[in-house]
Each structure stands twice: as C-alpha cells, then as structure tokens.
Design a protein around this ligand. Structure first.
Ligand code: ADP
Length: 491
C-alpha cells in the first residue's frame, strides 16, 4: 500500500481500505451505452490494484445473459414487493478480471433494453434499488461504502436512511457520482410512493420534489453522504443554474461535500503503438506512422490525399450539448477562408446529420462525414487527424479529447466541465497541449480554430505540441487514487 494511503488510514485509526460496492445501471464490458459503463467497469479494477476490495452490483441485462450465462453462479433469490407487484429477483455472481460482479436477475425488468424509457424505466430502476437493498444482508460482503452512480441508483441512500435504518446504524456510507445531471429520473410522486412506499413528507422541495415531480437524483443529492462528479470544474459548474438543471439549490447547500474526479481512459485500448484498428503505429518521437494514418483516413473517406493540409475532426454524438449549432454556423466560413479538411464521425439529431450531408456535398474532397457509430473508424480519425474540435455547451468530463491527445491529435475545446480540466490551451498558457476558448460563441470558436490551423504550418511548434499532448497521462490509475482518497475520507 502506498505511504499516502497508509497515512490517511492511520488518521482514521485503520489499517485497511474500506470495502466498496459500486451500484450502477451498466458496467463495461458486460453492458454499455455510454461513458458511465466505462467508469463502472474500470474503476473497481484499478481500486483492486491499489489493494481495495471493490465490487459491483448491476442488473443482469439481456445482453449480459446472452454472452455470460455459462460463467455466472446463482447465489440466491427472493421476491421484491413494489406496491401491488410481487417480483422475482435473483442474485447471480460473476468474476471479471478479478472483480466480483453481483447481477440482479429479473426477466421481467431486465429481459429487454437496458433503458426502457419513460415510466417503465422508472419502475425498472425502482425495482433495482429495492432489490439491491434487500440483497445486501445476504451477499456475504459487507460494504462500508455504497457508491451510487447517476439517477438509476440515486434512491439507494434515501431508501437506506428512511426505510432501513442505515442512518442510525451508521454502518454504511453513500457516495453519489453524477455522470450526467441532465437525466434525473422524474416521475409523479404517486408513482414513487406506489412503487417504493416513499412517505409523503419527502415530497417537498427540501427532499425530492422538483418542478412538481419526484426527482430521484435530487433525493440522492439530499441523502448521500458525499456527492461527486466526473471533473472538478463540472463540480463547480453544477452549482450554477445554467448547468444544474434545477439542482443548484441542493448542490450549493452541500457545496462542502461536493467534489470532482476526472475519469481516465483505457491506455491499452487507446494506444498508438499497438492499436489494431490503425494501419501504422507511432509514438511521441516517431510520428511517421501518424502520417500514414492520415493518408489512409483521406483515402478511406474520399478526401484529397495531401499531407500539407490540416485535418480538423469531430468524433461525437450530434446533439446541442456537443456544440453543433456553433459548427453549423461557422463551417462555411472556415472552409471558404482556410485551406483545411474537415472530418466528422457521429450520429444524433437529424437536423445536424442533414446539415453535415449538405456540407459534404458542397465541399467534395475537402469535407467528409460518416453518419453512424464506428469504433474502428474512430481510432483512425484520432490517429490520422491533426485537430479534434469539441465546442461543447457542457461536458461533465469528456473522453474524446483525452483519446485524441493519446494519438497526437490536438484538441480545440470550449472551456467547460472536464474539457477545462484536461486541456492546457497553448493559445493562452505556456506550453499547452491543445487550444481552447471561453464563451459559447461561434466567432470565438472560429478564431481558436484559425489559431490552431496557424500552428500547423510551424513544424517545430506542432511537434512540441504533439509531444506534450501524447505525454499527458490520462490513465485510470490516477482517478482510482483520487477515489481511494475520497473513500477513506468518508469512513
Ligand atoms: P459522451 O459520453 O458525452 O458521448 P465522451 O467524449 O465522454 O462523450 O465519450 C464519447 C466516446 O464515444 C468516445 O470514446 C468517442 O470516441 C466515442 N464515440 C462517439 N461517437 C462515436 C461514433 N460515431 N463512432 C465511434 N465512436 C464514437
């Protein structure tokens, strides 16, 4: 154990790390729709590497059953009462890379989609929370910290403290991590009280009421012992109404118990030296392979094959969050005033997809788009492009900018959320590893792109920038150490 942890534990009169159980709707590689799954999949592995006993509890989704049914072991089952419903819940166990994963089995709730949407999704995860609470005494593992993630598991601290007496026993602490504050799990209070027997005294603005709805994430913010989010800067931002989606009151009230830890990325999976998805490999001092990747990307996407032109890329969901209205406002001006190529890989809102198809037709050979999800192409885009544009309106952490830097593709970002924490803007500070602009403003974005394009022609400067970007460490080990410290503080 590292000296730093030993000292922190000593202060608490302890020799060993607290035991932690992560509860989440998804966990990679078992089930995944977004970044939450990556964190829940990677964090316990990295915590175990530090010497901590960290386990996971997650639904036994259909997609998991299809692949892992032969590897799971049935532990026990019981019935969950949700109002008038009486539902089977099985607890299965799976060991994945040394991490114990408890799977909550219910064909009725998890036999189809990970997220059913609307009221069915509220019922799905109300069931999950109740099943977790009822399973806890029989797992044969007594966590000291229950780490809840996003609204799907945010009701756990409230249930534990108002219905299971955990508050008085004080035997378990609750951390709530907010990965995306835009989704809070809203329903009518009638439904929350029907499903989970929540007392009407909690349907007030001090507890779980927001805008006339019962709000699961708000309940989590009220009852969790600590709250954190996926970057320090986003932890500050969500205290402001612009970012907080109505939760600024409770988050300001609990500001002293709110912090942020930047997510990491899988450094083995995103590795320019070994990546199986790219045609040539490269490293900081040896960028020949990157030039080959650029040619391959241009050939594959029907762009003019030239090494003397900068490629600005985006790999993204195409939504308002990602700043697409700024891109739509500026793309013609950029393409008409600069010798540059633009490459987009993404999917999302139809209006932005259509816009990009139109732009592709206007700038044939200079602008290419691939509308859809394509992991292999994403790796080639990162490896073959010079710049990655991320003008997000908000960005809790953001992984694309970190992945891009691993491949020597310099990020051009708006200073929001995790983008501000991970990109050192060379246009503003000494020896940066990317570029940034402050306001959500199309002309600021354009001018920053111009600035970055200017650097492209200064070979020495570009080499130094790429070197610094590729040297920045975004491994999950650093995040795990921060989480370990937070868990120790909580006991
Ligand atoms: P968010 O989770 O908000 O979508 P992040 O930047 O945190 O944004 O993570 C996005 C991840 O999804 C990155 O790994 C990125 O490479 C990947 N990604 C996004 N869109 C695509 C796509 N169309 N094809 C392949 N990968 C994509």
């Amino acid at each position: 154990m590292k000296k730093e942890f030993r000292e922190l534990l000593n202060e608490k009169g302890r020799k060993d790390f607290p035991k932690v159980l992560l509860a989440a709707a998804e966990c990679a590689p078992l089930s995944k729709t977004g970044g939450l799954a990556d964190v829940v999949g990677t964090l316990p592995k990295s915590l175990m590497a530090l010497g901590m006993d960290a386990r996971v509890i997650t639904p036994y989704h259909r997609c998991i059953k299809e692949k892992y049914a032969s590897s799971v072991e049935h532990m026990f089952h019981f019935y969950v009462d949700l109002g008038w419903r009486h539902q089977y819940a099985g607890i299965e166990k799976l060991t994945l890379d040394g991490v114990t994963v408890y799977l909550v089995d219910s064909e009725y709730y998890f036999g189809d989609k990970i997220y059913r949407g609307g009221q069915p999704e509220i019922e799905q995860y109300a069931f999950f929370c109740r099943a977790v609470m009822d399973a806890l005494p029989n797992l044969g593992f007594e966590p000291e910290i229950l780490h809840c993630n996003d609204w799907h598991t945010a009701l756990l601290p409230m249930l534990a403290k108002t219905q299971y007496n955990y508050d008085r026993r004080g035997s378990m602490k609750f951390l709530l991590t907010i990965h995306n504050i835009a989704f809070q799990g809203w329903c009518g209070f009638d439904s929350a009280s029907d499903l989970l027997g929540i007392d009407s005294r909690y349907y007030t603005p001090e507890f779980m009421e927001l805008n006339g709805c019962a709000d699961f994430l708000k309940a989590g913010c009220v009852f969790a012992d600590r709250i954190n989010t996926v970057s320090p800067n986003y932890a500050e931002e969500i205290k402001m109404p612009y970012y907080a989606e109505g939760l600024e009151g409770i988050l300001n009230a609990r500001a002293h118990e709110l912090s942020g830890i930047v997510n990491g990325i899988d450094k083995d999976f995103f590795n320019a030296r070994t990546d199986a998805f790219i045609p040539a490999h490269f490293d900081r001092g040896h960028l020949g392979g990157k030039a080959k990747c650029k040619t391959a990307l241009q050939e594959q996407m029907g762009l003019e094959v030239r090494d003397d032109v900068p490629i600005v890329a985006m790999v993204t969901r195409m939504t308002e969050q990602k700043g697409f209205d700024l891109v739509a406002a500026m793309i013609d001006e950029l393409m008409n005033t600069r010798d540059m190529q633009f490459m987009l890989l993404g999917s999302g809102d139809k209006k932005f997809e259509d816009f990009m198809r139109g732009a592709e037709a206007r700038y044939k050979g200079r602008l290419a788009s691939y509308i859809g999800y394509n992991e292999a192409l994403a790796h080639l885009v990162y490896a073959g492009s010079d710049f990655l544009l991320m003008p997000s309106r908000f960005e809790p952490c953001g992984l694309s900018q970190m992945i891009a830097m691993r491949y020597g593709c310099l990020p051009i970002v708006r200073e929001t959320g995790g983008l501000k924490d991970t990109v050192r803007p060379d246009n503003k500070v000494y020896e940066g590893n990317g570029f940034s602009f402050a306001n959500y403003n199309a002309h600021e974005m354009r001018d920053t792109v111009y600035y970055a394009l200017g650097c492209f022609y200064d070979k020495e400067r570009m080499r130094a920038l790429i070197n610094r970007a590729m040297s920045t460490d975004f491994g999950f080990e650093l995040s795990a150490q921060e989480y370990a410290k937070l868990f120790i503080c909580m006991i």
